[in-house]
Each structure stands twice: as structure tokens, then as C-alpha cells.
Design a protein around this ligand. Structure first.
Ligand code: CDP
Length: 215
């Protein structure tokens, strides 16, 4: 598979990568995969059936049953879902089940935008443009706190900051596909940027990468 038309957007929680990925999808006319949603769905559905998030086989079985319909659930956007996602995401068996699905999405004719933690390192190492989006933990906590309280969740900024630190440590410290920038990814720190500035910077990075590829 050639990933020339694929754009990968990786980075930690609330770095702005979701907004950037959907902006790139609109700008370049590409479908967008929010891979975090897959892990969120596995975590929440496993908890709903009374399963244990540390049970790799049970989590992999849930991953194998995901469908487009099951993914459309607002419950996957909650604070608890993010935590459950990062717990099931440590299991290599879960990642293996979700790998095929993500690679199939990436292989669509015309390309795709892939948003996640290991898109540029594991899912599509030959992507034509790779971004790694970061922001300071305090900035990310503030963004996530606004999102969660806007959804009606009752949580303090300090609790959200603690969540962010815990999730960063788990996502970058795990053995299976740890969160890290691909060697050839462009780093984009959005700490001091508005959404529009970040979207613009991302677009320029992709255009530059595509210009380098052009014959
Ligand atoms: O929106 P946020 O960045 O908080 O989270 P997300 O992108 O929805 O991902 C939720 C969790 O799923 C992450 O903390 C990771 O543990 C896991 N994940 C992963 O391991 N690999 C991916 N490609 C995407 C998400």
C-alpha cells in the first residue's frame, strides 16, 4: 500500500489533533479516522458488559465486535471513556484487532487523514505527511476541562490536569505502540495558537510535505 496521500496526526490528549485532523480532512477532501474513538468504544462497551479493563482477551473480543453503528455513542466522549480507552489500549491483542480496520481505512483510494497515537509510527509508516501535535499539559487540561464541563460533566481543572499527566505517562510508557513522534513527523506545538492558527500551520506542513513528494 502506498501512503503518499495519507496524512497522520498523532499526539497526546487534548493537544488539538482532533480539530486539526478534521480541518485537514475538509481542506484536502479526505475522510478522517478518529482512532481514539475505537479504543474509547472498546473500553466503555467492555465496562458496560461488566468486564475487566485489564482482561486483554475480553477487551480484544469487544474490539472484534465493533461496528460503525456501535461507534456513534456520545458516551464515548466522557472523561471516564478516555481513561478506559487508555487502559484497554495497552493490550497488544486489542491493538492487533484494531490494526486491520485502521489499515483498511488508510488504504482507501485517494487517501485519508488518521488521528491517533501511533498512526505515523505503526499504522501508516509510509504516510506522505506526518504531524505530531503537542501543547503544554496545563493548556491541554484547560481545553479538556472546557470540553467536559461544556458537556455537563462536573470535574475540576486540577482533576483534569491529573488525568492528562496519568494518561500521557500510560500512553508513552506502554510497550505496545507507545505514543511518540515518528522520526519524520513535523512537530506542531499549539500551546500559544488559536484553533485557526493551528489549522493553518497544519495545512502548511502538509502542503510542504506534498510539495517535497511531487515528481
Ligand atoms: O481525545 P483524546 O486525545 O483525549 O483521546 P483519544 O484520541 O480519543 O484516545 C483515547 C485513548 O486511546 C488514548 O489515551 C490512548 O490510550 C488510546 N489510543 C491509542 O492507544 N492509540 C490510538 N491510535 C488512539 C488512541
Amino acid at each position: 500500500m502506498s501512503g503518499a496521500q495519507v496524512i497522520t496526526v498523532d499526539g497526546p490528549a487534548a493537544s488539538g489533533k482532533g480539530t486539526i485532523a478534521s480541518g485537514l480532512g475538509r481542506r484536502f477532501g479526505l475522510p478522517v479516522l478518529d482512532s481514539g474513538l475505537l479504543y474509547r468504544a472498546v473500553g466503555v462497551l467492555l465496562e458496560r458488559e461488566g468486564g475487566d479493563l485489564d482482561d486483554a482477551a475480553a477487551a480484544a473480543a469487544v474490539a472484534g465486535r465493533l461496528t460503525a453503528e456501535t461507534l456513534a455513542d456520545p458516551a464515548f466522549r466522557t472523561r471516564g471513556a478516555g481513561e478506559a480507552a487508555s487502559r484497554v489500549a495497552v493490550h497488544p491483542q486489542v491493538r492487533e484487532v484494531l490494526l486491520q480496520l485502521q489499515r483498511a481505512f488508510a488504504a482507501q483510494a485517494g487517501g485519508a487523514v488518521l488521528d491517533g497515537r501511533d498512526m505515523g509510527t505503526v499504522i501508516c509508516p509510509d504516510a506522505g505527511a506526518k504531524l505530531y501535535v503537542t501543547a503544554r499539559p496545563e493548556v491541554r487540561a484547560e481545553r479538556r476541562w472546557r470540553q467536559l464541563t461544556g458537556q455537563g460533566e462536573s470535574v475540576s481543572l486540577d482533576e483534569v490536569l491529573a488525568d492528562i499527566h496519568r494518561r500521557d505517562a500510560r500512553d508513552s510508557g506502554r510497550e505496545a505502540a507507545p505514543m511518540r513522534p515518528a522520526a519524520d513527523a513535523a512537530l506542531l506545538d499549539t500551546s500559544e495558537m488559536t484553533i485557526e492558527q493551528a489549522a493553518d500551520a497544519a495545512r502548511r506542513i502538509v502542503e510542504a510535505a506534498r510539495a517535497r513528494q511531487a515528481p
